[in-house]
Design a protein around this ligand. Structure first.
Ligand code: NI
Length: 184
């Protein structure tokens, strides 16, 4: 099932998401999350973006032809806990399915260490760097109620304010189904 993607302005994107009970069958939800993400041509999707305030996100970079480091990067992160972020900060232009047509440079640490369950409730503690780390940091922020635009300068925030207002009203062009909080 393909869910509509929740747009900027919805309170669910600002909540710290809750842990999922260990052992819960996630088969269908994970399948739906991948299906929803692929339909929107995303490389990451967090449960709050489909209106569910739970600590689950999926990533899939295997379809990006121009990023050879991501060919094996398809994973499910459940109840993730960020243990460490370190290394030089680097900037890269990010976007978000919940904030369509807005792309801005974001600075993030180069390396992370994260603890998480996979979809079969196996516990992992793993290090990631570069683009993988960045994608995980972006999605992890979602389950903490944080968005990439939070990192922008106040000037940049002012510059995109009108766009954000329109997005929350559903006045935005996307090729996927959206759910806008202020749409009348
Ligand atoms: Ni996002």
């Amino acid at each position: 099932m393909i869910y509509p993607i929740v747009m900027y302005g919805d309170a669910v994107l600002r909540k710290r998401a809750a842990d999922i009970k260990v052992g819960t069958d996630l088969t269908e939800l994970v399948r739906d999350m991948y299906e929803t993400m692929h339909a929107a041509h995303g490389i990451g999707l967090a449960a709050p973006q489909i209106g569910k305030s739970i600590r689950l996100f999926v990533v899939d970079g295997t379809t990006l032809d121009d990023e050879p480091t991501l060919t094996d990067f398809k994973k499910v992160f459940v109840n993730a806990v960020m243990l460490d972020e370190e290394g030089k900060e680097w900037d890269f232009e990010e976007g978000c399915l919940s904030i369509p047509n807005v792309r801005e440079d974001v600075w993030r640490h180069e390396k992370i260490r994260i603890k998480y369950y996979d979809e079969n409730w196996n516990l992992h503690e793993e290090e990631f760097d570069g683009m993988k780390a960045r994608i995980i940091q972006h999605e992890y922020d979602h389950i903490e109620g944080k968005l990439f635009i939070d990192y922008l300068t106040s000037l940049k925030k002012r510059m995109i304010k009108g766009k954000l207002t329109n997005i929350s009203k559903g006045i935005v062009d996307t090729d996927y189904r959206i759910l806008a909080p202020l749409k009348r």
